[in-house]
Design a protein around this ligand. Structure first.
Ligand code: ZN
Length: 221
């Protein structure tokens, strides 16, 4: 059961079309797993549609109104993922990636897709052309501890398979954890299976401590 959701500001940005592509990808992937947030976004879209209807008489042309309503319709096309439990074999690993994300991350079964960062961590960079956010798939080997790190900006981590625990709680499939600038944490993957996450970070992560200084070149962009 999902207990950690995106905040309302992110959902509103997504519903209004104001969110950047990495944030839209994060929210769309969460929505594929979370009926609670899907309903919220539908409500926001309905409010946006009513606002356009009420403002149309003099200030908005028919063409602009129809274009705006069409874009809201497109935002409503959330791909629904089968939320089945997954194991550790490759077919099941692939099935843990919801449809909005699967088109971005290629074949995660292909070992060549992953960049090893040492210490049981590997990642697949996504949306590399985007200059404001880093976006990547992250895999933490089951039972491994990610070196303690803080953040130069906000960072959102969406769990797709497996689970991890940090100072703020336990996060499993569908959960999102948001870290703010200056906050520090040390995730530890649950034992038994790899923890696969989608990460969107506003600025390169800065690792702390001696281990962090060693790992920074690998974790950063
Ligand atoms: Zn949610």
């Amino acid at each position: 059961m999902i207990t950690h959701h995106p905040n309302d500001a992110l959902l509103l940005d997504y519903a209004s079309g104001a969110a950047s592509e990495p944030i839209s990808l994060l929210v769309a992937t969460h929505l594929a797993l979370c009926p609670v947030c899907r309903r919220k976004v539908e409500d926001y879209e309905a409010i946006g549609g009513a606002f356009v209807d009420n403002c149309v008489s003099e200030k908005i042309s028919d063409e602009l109104k129809s274009d705006t309503l069409a874009s809201l319709d497109n935002l409503a096309e959330v791909e629904i993922c089968h939320n089945t439990p997954v194991g550790s074999n490759s077919a099941e690993l692939k099935s843990c990636i919801p449809r909005p994300l699967s088109g971005y991350c290629g074949d995660i079964d292909d070992a060549d897709m992953w960049q090893w960062a040492g210490f049981g961590i590997k990642k697949i960079p996504l949306l590399e052309r985007h200059d404001k956010f880093e976006c990547y798939m992250l895999a933490i080997r089951g039972g491994k501890k990610v070196p303690s790190h803080d953040h130069g900006g906000s960072e959102w981590t969406l769990v797709l398979d497996g689970a991890f625990t940090d100072e703020s709680g336990h996060f499993s499939r569908g959960d999102i954890v948001e870290m703010r600038e200056g906050e520090e944490h040390q995730p530890i993957a649950d034992a038994g299976k790899d923890c696969i996450c989608l990460v969107v970070a506003e600025a390169p992560v800065s690792l702390t401590g001696s281990m962090g200084r060693f790992l920074n070149p690998f974790i950063g962009s």
